[in-house]
Design a protein around this ligand. Structure first.
Ligand code: CAA
Ligand code: FAD
Length: 387
């Protein structure tokens, strides 16, 4: 066991921290208030290699390891959680399944421009009636031989799709054989600008307001068989294995939110005076700070462990669920206590605490709610006991 970063990991931390301080943090409050997608920041992230961190250089990515990804995600999210999730979706939910499931021709066409940031991706699993119960897909793809080809025609609707309003490329899960249940789900690579794909208005959200999500409608949308990701019937496994990796990214986003809130609160606690001394000198406040620092570190170690298992090519379903569960709950507790430490100033938007508090909540909901992480962890415990 080694608790030291490699030189490469230190380098990405430095780079991500400098970039976050220079380009992300200064506009975080403004883009939150205006619910504005930070197009210019996303373009810079592409140039810096932050949108394809683990993508092999062969496919124009940065070729770094999963821990480097966690480090960068924490740095960006500490400055702005909206920017963090835009980055996380492109890396974990779009580039990752393409790395794992796409053939070389598909990688050349779709992965390359996603890794450089020339294109932005989204991941379309959830539907109005299929959130936690992800296998309850109603969007359908049926064989289409109208042009003498062997493609599919897709109809249905997807919900809450992060990057949906901006995305050029999407990973779609839908039913190709309803009778087979989850084994009848397939995955497709979608050109989001093609005919038959339309986007609803952006969702008006509590937090991560500069990250946009929307409904995506498929109306007789035609795809070729060269857009099938994996084989027919592989779609649920594509989705679940992708989420095993995505949950590490959201854990890192939650770590960033927690650290940002903690650092702001710790600074404030040394500056704000009551009863003749800094509030950090009151034990009630200093114990809050001690608990925050301890719990953030515990969540970070769980997140690094899941990332290390991924790096070693080992199964990490349970460990990913654990780090996402822990980090999201820590982020919510830390952000709530940060508001408390700021007192009245915690409740107004001149100070950052209320934004961290609003942003933290989503980490307990997306990429599987906390209840679903517990379902995943418990089912793995039971499986191990009965093996
Ligand atoms: N990797 C590979 N295969 C897996 C797997 C994994 N981690 N987990 C399950 N599977 C396979 C199983 O082996 C099984 O395969 P076979 O039966 O063919 O052998 C199959 O999938 C079904 O497994 P389950 O019976 O466990 O599936 P289930 O229907 O009970 O659902 C669930 C399990 C964990 C609850 C799942 O539905 C789930 O994760 N729900 C939450 C959905 C979610 O996280 N959505 C996130 C959307 S993306 C998002 O939110 C992005 C964002 O905000 C930015
Ligand atoms: P439901 O499944 O209806 O759950 C409602 C409540 O019941 C929750 O508390 C849940 O934990 C609980 N519950 C449900 N089933 C169980 C159970 N078996 N045991 C115990 N409790 C249970 N999806 C995508 O595909 N792509 C995206 O990019 C994306 N981005 C998102 C961005 C935002 C801002 C939001 C809000 C959502 C996004 N989602 C995305 C969807 C997200 O993954 C789902 O909202 C989430 O998985 C929960 O599904 P649901 O909203 O349908 O809740």
């Amino acid at each position: 066991m080694d608790f030291e970063f490699s030189e490469e990991q230190e380098a990405i931390r430095r780079m991500a921290r400098e970039f976050a301080a220079r380009s992300v943090a200064p506009i975080a409050a403004e883009i939150d208030k205006q619910a504005r997608f930070p197009k210019e920041v996303v373009a810079e992230m592409g140039e810096l290699g932050l949108l394809g961190i683990e993508v092999e250089p062969e496919w124009d990515g940065a070729g770094l390891d999963p821990i480097a990804y966690v480090i960068a995600m924490e740095e960006i999210s500490a400055a702005c959680a909206s920017t963090g999730v835009i980055m996380s979706v492109n890396n974990s939910l779009v580039c990752d399944p393409l790395r794992k499931w796409a053939n070389d021709a598909q990688k050349d066409r779709w992965l390359r421009p996603l890794a450089t940031g020339e294109k932005l991706g989204c991941f379309m699993l959830s539907e109005p009636e299929a959130g936690s119960d992800a296998a309850a897909q109603t969007t359908v793809a049926v064989p289409d031989s109208s042009n003498g080809g062997d493609g599919f025609v897709i109809n249905g609707v997807k919900n809450w799709i992060t990057n949906g309003p901006q995305a050029d490329v999407g990973i779609l899960m839908c039913m190709t054989d309803r009778d087979k249940g989850h084994r009848g789900i397939s995955s497709f690579i979608i050109d989001m600008n093609a005919e038959g794909v339309t986007r609803g208005p952006k969702d008006d959200k509590l937090g991560i307001r500069a990250s946009h999500s929307c409904q995506i409608f498929f109306t007789d949308h035609k795809v070729g068989s060269d857009q099938l990701l994996g084989k027919v019937g592989d779609g649920f496994k594509v989705a679940m294995s992708t989420l095993d990796c995505g949950r590490i990214g959201i854990a890192a986003q939650a770590l960033g939110i927690a650290r940002g809130a903690f650092e702001a609160a710790a600074r404030y606690a040394t500056e704000r005076k009551t009863f003749g001394q800094a509030i950090a000198k009151h034990q009630a406040i200093s114990f809050m700070l001690a608990d925050m620092a301890t719990e953030i570190d515990a969540a970070r170690l769980l997140t690094y462990r899941a990332a290390a298992l991924k790096a070693a090519g080992k199964r990490h379903t349970s460990e990913s669920a654990m780090c996402k569960l822990m980090a999201s709950e820590v982020a919510n507790k830390v952000a709530k206590n940060a508001v408390q430490i700021f007192g009245g100033n915690g409740y107004v938007s001149e100070y950052p605490a209320e934004r961290y508090y609003r942003d933290a909540k989503i980490t307990e909901i997306y990429e599987g709610t906390s209840e679903i992480q517990r379902v995943v962890i418990a089912s793995n415990i039971i499986k191990a006991l009965s093996a």
